[in-house]
Design a protein around this ligand. Structure first.
Ligand code: ADP
Ligand code: MG
Length: 334
């Protein structure tokens, strides 16, 4: 069964960035306002994320990495609401099958932090011969997850990585997206052993300021805000997009559906189409779009490596959003 679990985990997490994305989402779910990422060798040697969220109860630590038996699952009754989280209690379990996983966590009600090590779903001792029980340690409220030697036991996968900087760029892309999306959360990302950060946002900066910081000021200066909603189709959308006076070489779409960074070929196409009438000579937009849809309307079978999302009345929802964007674009002086 461990071999099966290992193979399954290797399919769910194909690159370090997939593990990191799940860890970011967990930290955001925990109500964190600060989230620090440290990376070594493109995430293959080390992925570490430190948050100041609500932490994990001591009692939950033994089952933390068992599939489908997480504390969050206890809190959610119906499967549709779990579905919006995409992954259903599999992230930490999967990671523990293909990496060395260490969790240090402290809740508000606890006097101490606890440190726990995991292998293949279970608590393991830090060193052979020691107890596997979580060890009390000093620490601040929040959780630190350390993932070391990802794919150490999946040599074929490990060998498939050509460059650490390529993997690091994918990590920066995802951290940047969440940094733009998560209002009130400070993000940082850096390489292990380096003092300077590659990404560092403030918890009080505005969305446009965060875009300015992570992308560039030329883009940020040309953004217009848009909103769209329709009760009938159970959605609400909001975002920022470049106006028709300005364009970038390639469409950049920062798409969030129910606060998860996802992709949607249909939305991408519709947006390209919308801009083509405004940019007849072929420029492309930069667009950040946050779409909230009633969970029961969203397809729950989302594969973590793809994150292609489908939802009910997709055509109508997309058309409404694009119509509202079109109106905004038309109202900006050219
Ligand atoms: P899921 O998020 O789908 O429940 P995960 O394996 O990603 O499954 O996480 C398991 C559980 O561990 C979460 O439901 C949550 O209760 C807890 N958890 C994970 N990471 C954190 C964190 N950074 N802060 C607080 N709790 C966390
Ligand atoms: Mg999760």
């Amino acid at each position: 069964p461990d071999v099966v679990n290992k193979i399954a985990a290797g399919e769910i997490i194909v690159a370090p960035v997939h593990a990191l994305k799940e860890l970011i989402e967990n930290s955001v779910d925990a109500g964190s306002t600060s989230l620090e990422v440290v990376v070594k060798d493109g995430g293959l040697k080390l992925l570490q994320i430190t948050d100041n969220g609500h932490g994990i109860d001591r009692e939950d630590l033994p089952i933390l990495c068992e599939r489908f038996t997480t504390s969050k699952l206890k809190a959610f009754e119906d499967l549709t609401s779990i579905g919006t989280y995409g992954f259903r209690g599999e992230a930490l379990a999967s990671i523990s099958h293909i990496a060395h996983l260490t969790v240090t966590t402290k809740t508000k009600d606890s006097n101490v932090a606890y440190k726990a090590h995991y292998d293949s779903g279970h608590l393991v001792p830090a060193k052979p011969g020691q107890s596997a029980d979580p060890k009390p340690t000093a620490g601040r409220q929040g959780t630190q997850i350390t993932v070391e030697d990802l794919f150490y036991n999946v040599p074929t996968r490990r060998r498939a990585f050509r460059s650490a900087s390529e993997e690091y760029n994918k990590i920066l892309d995802v951290v940047g997206r969440y940094a733009v999306h998560c209002d009130g959360v400070a993000f940082s990302c850096k390489k292990s052993g380096e003092s300077s950060t590659t990404i560092a946002t403030h918890s009080k900066s505005s969305t446009v300021d965060r875009i300015r910081q992570i992308y560039n000021s030329a883009v940020a200066n040309e953004l217009i805000e848009f909103r769209s909603s329709d009760e009938k189709y159970g959605f609400r959308a909001q975002g920022w997009t470049t106006n028709a006076n300005y364009h970038v070489k390639k469409t950049t779409l920062l798409l969030f559906i129910n606060h998860r960074s996802v992709d949607s070929t249909n939305i991408r196409k519709a947006i390209e189409q919308t801009y083509s009438t405004f940019l007849p000579r072929g420029g492309h937009p930069f667009i950040y779009l946050s779409l909230e849809i009633e969970p029961s309307r969203v397809d729950v079978n989302v594969h973590p490596t793809k994150r292609e999302v489908n939802f009910l009345n997709e055509d109508e929802v997309i058309e409404k959003i694009c119509a509202d964007i079109r109106t905004k674009l038309a109202n900006v002086d050219t």
